[in-house]
Write a protein that binds this ligand. Sequence first.
Ligand code: HEC
Length: 118
Amino acid sequence: MYSEYFISLIAGLSLSATAQAADKMGVDVFNSVCAACHTTGAAGAPKFGDKTAWGKRNEQGLAVLIKSAIKGKKIMPAKGGHPDLSDLEVARAVVHMANAGGGTFKEPQSADIAKALK
Ligand code: HEC
């Protein structure tokens, strides 16, 4: 009884560890999806590395930025138009971009994502 419980617990833990490792890093998500608009500034997207453009955005706080990126904001499509990305992958790309624009955000945690989506 107990050993079965432990086996499923351990199996569950290693599964979630795999899921985390499988999530792409922010820089990869940025390069493959977000760069299309955020490198050129297409459609008014704040440009990567532009501290003036990102300064005001970053002041809104990480939760607001993550929410905009996951749910979309005006022309900015939800998840950059890639619904296959996990919330964590999108959040990591947000931090990658926001910090390149002068932000000092830490690696996003599930609590940041929960706050953004509440
Ligand atoms: C189709 C073009 C396009 C793609 C692709 C795109 N964005 Fe955007 N993004 C925009 C535009 C346009 C804005 C400005 C929206 C506004 O405030 O009107 C924006 C704004 C943002 C903001 C600021 C939101 C705020 O609340 O100030 C974040 C964060 C962001 N994008 C993250 C991302 C991430 C992360 C990706 C990749 C997963 C991505 N974007 C892909 C066009 C795009």
